[in-house]
Write a protein that binds this ligand. Structure first.
Ligand code: SF4
Length: 365
């Protein structure tokens, strides 16, 4: 449509041609072409033209001890397998003052960790006026010296900047040393077909950059297995990059065609049995990496957010480390939920670590 709009416009039945640069406006254009007023008919603005995002929820969303604070919604990227941009509209951000106010409220309520979430948080602030970015928001948050730590949700490889990693490295634990960077595939051709804006080596460089600056960072990734056209060779490319990179855990998803996405119409679908066995291969690698990472942390000191009170039978509490590790803590004094407790990691039981309390903390950092 972008290349030869006149040709398409001349075809029978075509009333409007929408170029690639305006594809997010497709629904609004259809409504307009049909002479409908979406706001009247549906009682709200079409999501594809929505420019605002609602304020943060007053009550915590997400995990009981780790509320999720949505700082951004929507996405402009249109990966070919993903329905999100059609369902959630364009990228839009919560103003920084609202984010800061929500964090202060969570702090006052006794929370000691908040997860910043969004559909595409690497695009944070680019729609705001004045424009800012995720690094600027994180700097503002850290300047507040809140008594809670911040964890980032998934960030696209092209948006995981050295500046963000530097901020993390220098935050003294206020910004958890944990990044989640979706890979999806490490095959050039598949990444192109997915409309992912990077190649495998760029992804590898980003992971290595994080590992070099924060040697003990948790680095997770998502992989989408069985995208149409994923040959044995393409899968081998993904497998071998994952094997060689210092990732610490994997989330592996089988491809399933979503009506309404470009990938739904792609030929060369991969058989379900093959997808399943490829998923198993990657999950096995992911478990191995996770176990190895847990073992590498034994002997270190860390700060665990207590997520469950001590089991009355065993006396063990459960918590989460900044490195996204589940930690079991033996402590008969019944550590309260929500608290940050300094522990020494003394052993690992598979993927779970065992910690011994050093002292309770009152603030992050
Ligand atoms: S996969 Fe992520 S970046 Fe790609 S379109 Fe979906 S939400 Fe956007």
């Amino acid at each position: 449509a972008s290349m030869e709009p006149e040709v398409l416009a001349g075809l029978p039945g075509v009333v409007q041609v929408i170029g690639n640069d305006r594809k997010a406006e497709t629904a609004a254009a259809v409504i307009q072409a049909l002479g409908l007023d979406a706001a009247d008919r549906f009682g709200k603005t079409p999501i594809t033209t929505e420019k605002r995002v609602g304020p943060p929820k007053a009550s915590p969303v997400g995990h009981r001890t780790r509320p999720f604070l949505k700082i951004q919604d929507g996405c402009d990227s249109f990966c070919t397998y993903c329905i999100v941009p059609y369902a959630r509209g364009r990228s839009r951000s919560i103003p920084p003052e609202d984010v800061l106010a929500a964090l202060s409220a969570y702090e006052a309520s006794g929370f000691r960790e908040v997860v910043l979430t969004g559909i595409h948080i690497g695009r944070y602030g680019l729609d705001l006026s004045p424009r800012l970015d995720l690094h600027a928001l994180l700097s503002m948050i850290l300047d507040r010296r809140l008594s809670l730590r911040i964890r980032l949700s998934s960030i696209e490889p092209t948006e995981m900047t050295e500046a963000i990693v530097e901020l993390m490295a220098q935050s003294g634990g206020s910004l958890c040393p944990h990044v989640h960077i979706p890979l999806q595939s490490a095959d050039e051709g598949i990444l192109r077909a997915m409309h992912r804006p990077y190649g495998p080596e760029r992804f590898a460089d980003v992971v290595q950059m994080v590992r070099n600056r924060i040697p003990d960072a948790a680095i997770g990734s998502d992989v989408l297995v069985g995208f149409p056209g994923e040959t044995a060779e393409a899968f081998a490319n993904t497998r071998s990059l994952i094997e060689r990179l210092p990732l610490t855990y994997l989330h592996v998803f089988p491809f399933s065609p979503r009506p309404g996405t470009a990938a739904f119409h792609l030929p060369n679908r991969v058989e379900a049995d093959i997808i399943k066995s490829r998923c198993n291969v990657l999950r096995t690698i992911g478990r191995r990496k996770k176990t190895a990472f847990a073992a590498s942390l034994i002997g270190t000191q860390t700060t665990v957010l207590i997520e469950s009170k001590a089991d009355p039978q065993t006396g063990w509490s459960r918590g989460l480390s900044p490195h996204y590790q589940q930690v079991a803590i033996e402590d008969r004094s019944d550590l309260p939920e929500h608290r940050l407790v300094d522990v020494r990691l003394v052993a690992a039981d598979g993927e779970r670590l065992v910690g011994r309390p050093i002292r309770e903390r009152t603030a992050a950092g």
